[in-house]
Write a protein that binds this ligand. Sequence first.
Ligand code: SF4
Ligand code: SF4
Length: 134
Amino acid sequence: MKTDDVKELLYNNLEHPRWDDVAARCLACGNCTLVCPTCFCTTVEDVTDLTGNQTERRRKLDSCFTMDFSYVHGGGSVRSTHKARYRQWMTHKLATWWDQFGTSGCVGCGRCITWCPVAIDITEEVRAIRGEKG
Ligand code: SF4
Ligand code: SF4
């Protein structure tokens, strides 16, 4: 994948029709986020035992592909569509990671491609947004 300009490519194409295309195929299953070595998003879960004597707050791995992940109290889910969630995920990997951490959020391992049940390929999606044939 050509990466030197990919951050600007994605920032300049947030309304590209390819996001609708990939959203029609994506199941929002979250497999790609669970196998990606750089995905780190979490949620918290409060648990009490039956006696009420012990309470724990646990941090659990979460995924930006779930509805609950972007739920804002009283306002619903900020990213309610598959389009919004896939765009969030791919743009975070390849663009906003540069702003946050000074490096790419993609190490090129290919796990998200291997484990996607509908064969969505991040490299193919970038090529499509570039206007190149797959
Ligand atoms: S190819 Fe990139 S986005 Fe996909 S799992 Fe590997 S590091 Fe994550
Ligand atoms: S693994 Fe594939 S189908 Fe599942 S959320 Fe990721 S891109 Fe969508």
